[in-house]
Design a protein around this ligand. Structure first.
Ligand code: LLP
Length: 421
């Protein structure tokens, strides 16, 4: 459910007409709904009621500070994967004790920044990382709280580029070697072992792989406790999928996910963390774009938009489907026709949809890409020297630009020319 609905024949973001934002900031742009962000965060929070828990938003999905602050004020923690994300979360006012640090390649410098600034825990992914973490913690005269990310060898049945829980993936340590690695961690002076971490992939539309993974984590908890480790926190990752198309089968809800967690690990008395990204932000954002030209090709018509693959890479990168809707609601009974919907970038891959049925559209019309709030703006680039597009946050009848479009001067002046030229 989201808060982007037609009202009086036009698309609204909460109580603001999308066309009004377009007139104020120009196209293309991203717009987020505060109400949808909060609704989705609260669904997870409520689904874990009765267990000690923290919902850590995977901020890689949408990292604008205004979004982080909105969620943090509602009680969210953050899952960060880089020093930049850590500093951004802190700048948005998230306290260190609500930040978990994930990722396979944390550098000594990143670890130091988080240890000095305050951190809830590191989710350690390998023995060499643990050695660096131990050394940095000792050099600072502190102890680093950790979970170890285990790879449960479960098939998440999602797109290969976003599956992470099979043994051939680079993530975590094989669950079969967990006891050995926990023993090594237990012997390190600079490390405090507090729990187990698992994350098997993204856009999962079935609970079965989660169930398999969480069951293995529950078994491992008992084994590690018998080995003498005080396992008191389980980080169960993110990954719950969202409906990308209204015609899609609906994925399980956060309530079902919460019930599964209670069923599989509830008896262990551990504090629970989860790291959802997409489900909180995905359907809370639109990318709005304008038709530049309608071009008649050989047997097909192209809608050429001012938004492109550099603004929203998901269709080009994962063959992802995004519903694309006109900002002016079509009159009932309007006959739809197929379009190839493309951007202006000089690659055939800059195609958002092929033969997509749409009402007839003309140059100047606005369209909105739905479900673009997660892995949209954060994955954008300046390819073709196209400025990063603005982000706008709506709350009730107000909207604010939360990242403005850079000027061409700002972009061009970042280059420096060596003196020999
Ligand atoms: N925790 C960890 C350790 C992760 O690696 C991820 C996502 C999450 C949590 C959040 O997963 P979510 O709840 O958002 O599914 N760019 C891709 C998705 C990449 C996901 C990477 N890791 C896309 O646009 O589909």
């Amino acid at each position: 459910m989201d808060h982007f609905l037609y009202r009086d024949g036009a698309l609204f973001a909460e109580d603001v007409p999308v066309a009004e934002i377009a007139a104020a900031v120009g196209t293309p742009f991203y717009v987020y709904s505060t109400a949808t962000l909060l609704r989705h965060f609260r669904l997870f929070d409520e689904a874990l009621e009765g267990m000690e828990h923290l919902v850590c938003f995977a901020m890689k999905a949408a990292s604008n500070q205004a979004i982080l602050k909105t969620l943090a004020q509602a009680g969210a923690g953050m899952d960060v994967v880089s020093e930049g994300e850590y500093l951004r979360a802190r700048a948005a006012g998230v306290p260190g004790e609500r930040i978990v640090f994930s990722g396979v390649g944390k550098t000594a410098r990143e670890i130091r920044t988080a240890l000095e600034g305050g951190i809830r825990q590191f989710n350690v992914e390998s023995e060499p990382e643990m050695e660096v973490l131990n050394a940095v913690a000792l050099s600072l005269g502190t102890v680093a709280p950790i979970t170890i990310r285990v790879n449960p060898d479960v098939d998440a049945k999602t797109h290969a580029k976003i599956a992470t829980g099979k043994s051939e993936n680079k993530f975590g340590i094989p669950i079969a070697r967990a006891r050995e690695v926990y023993a090594m961690a237990g012997a390190m002076e600079g490390i405090d072992v507090i729990g187990i971490d698992v994350h098997i992939g993204s856009q999962l539309t079935d609970l079965a792989p989660f169930e398999a993974a969480f069951t293995k984590v529950a078994e491992l908890t008992e084994v590690l406790r018998a080995d003498g480790h005080d396992i008191r926190r389980l980080d169960l990752g993110g990954g719950l999928g969202i409906p990308y198309s209204h015609s899609n089968q609906a994925p399980p809800l956060p309530t079902d996910f919460g019930a599964l967690i209670k069923r599989t690990v509830g008896h262990l008395g551990c504090e629970i963390e989860i790291e959802p990204g997409r489900l909180i932000a995905g359907n809370a954002g639109l990318m709005v774009s304008q038709v530049i030209y309608v071009k008649s090709g050989e047997g097909r018509d192209f809608l050429i938009l001012d938004g492109a693959m550099n603004d929203l890479i998901r269709p080009a990168m994962y063959d992802a489907h995004h519903d694309i809707v006109p900002v002016i609601e079509p009159a009932p009974g309007t006959e739809e026709r197929p379009y190839d919907i493309v951007g202006p970038v000089c690659e055939s891959g800059d195609t958002f949809a092929k033969q997509r049925m749409m009402p007839p559209l003309a140059a100047g019309d606005l369209v909105a890409f739905r479900s673009a709030g997660a892995y949209g703006a954060v994955m954008s680039s300046e390819y073709n020297t196209r400025p990063l597009i603005p982000e706008v946050l709506v709350k009730d009848d107000q909207f604010a630009v939360i990242r403005r479009r850079p000027t061409f001067d700002e972009m061009i002046n970042r280059d420096t020319i060596p003196e020999w030229l």
